[in-house]
Ligand binder design. Structure first.
Ligand code: GDP
Length: 179
C-alpha cells in the first residue's frame, strides 16, 4: 500500500490538517505538549493508501540529544521508505521561510525523496499576503533548486485545500497502478 508522509515543525497545524483530510474531529491528537509525540501514526484512507504522521521537528525546548534521536528516527523512516510515494512538508503560511524547514527540504532533495509543500493556516492571511509569502518561498528556494515544488494552500479551520491534496494523492496512486 502506498504511503504519504506528513511532517513539519511542531505547532504548524499537522494534527488539524490530518483531521481535515481524514474527515475526523478527534483522530490525530492536537498537540498540547511539544516533543511528546514520538511515534509514527499510520492512518488508512479509503482502504487504498496510508497517511503517515511523522513527529514534528524544531522544538525550541528539547535537548540536543533528543534532537539527535529525532533526526535518526526520521532518517531511518525515509531510508526504509519502500512504500513512501511522496512527503508533504507543512509550513505555516504566516512565517517567512525558516532555516529548519529549508534545511529539511534540502535534505529531502539531496536524498531523492519527492515532496510537496503544504502551506497551513491560510485563513490567517489575506489572499494578497498569501501570494506574497509563497513568492518569498519561491525566490529563496529557486536560488538552490531548479524548480519550485508542487504546493498546496490549506486551512483546516476553514476546510480549504482538502480536495486538492486528496485529488493529488489519488492521481499519484492511479499513476502507480498504470505502471
Ligand atoms: P501540530 O502541532 O502541528 O499537530 O499542530 P495542531 O494541529 O495541534 O495546531 C496547532 C495550533 O494551530 C492549534 O492551536 C490549532 O488550533 C491551530 N491551527 C491549526 N490549523 C489551523 C488553521 O488552519 N487555521 C487556524 N486559524 N488555526 C489553526
Amino acid at each position: 500500500i502506498p504511503e504519504y508522509a506528513f511532517i513539519g515543525r511542531s505547532n504548524v497545524g499537522k494534527s488539524s490538517l490530518i483531521n481535515m483530510l481524514t474527515s475526523r474531529k478527534s483522530l490525530a491528537k492536537t498537540s498540547g505538549r511539544p516533543g511528546k509525540t514520538q511515534l509514527i501514526n499510520h492512518f488508512i484512507i479509503n482502504k487504498s493508501w496510508y497517511l503517515v504522521d511523522l513527529p514534528g521537528y524544531g522544538y525550541a525546548k528539547v535537548s540536543k540529544s533528543a534532537k539527535k534521536t529525532f533526526q535518526k528516527f526520521i532518517t531511518q523512516y525515509f531510508r526504509m521508505r519502500e512504500q513512501m510515494v511522496s512527503a508533504f512538508v507543512l509550513v505555516d503560511i504566516r512565517h517567512k521561510p525558516q532555516p529548519i524547514d529549508l534545511d529539511f527540504m534540502q535534505w529531502l532533495g539531496e536524498n531523492g525523496i519527492p515532496f510537496s509543500i503544504i502551506f497551513t493556516k491560510a485563513d490567517k492571511l489575506k489572499p494578497k499576503a498569501i501570494d506574497n509569502h509563497v513568492e518569498i518561498y519561491k525566490n529563496i528556494m529557486l536560488e538552490t533548486w531548479e524548480e519550485f515544488p508542487n504546493y498546496f494552500i490549506t486551512s483546516s479551520s476553514k476546510d480549504i485545500g482538502k480536495e486538492e491534496v486528496l485529488a493529488y494523492i489519488d492521481s499519484l496512486n492511479n499513476n502507480m497502478q498504470l505502471e
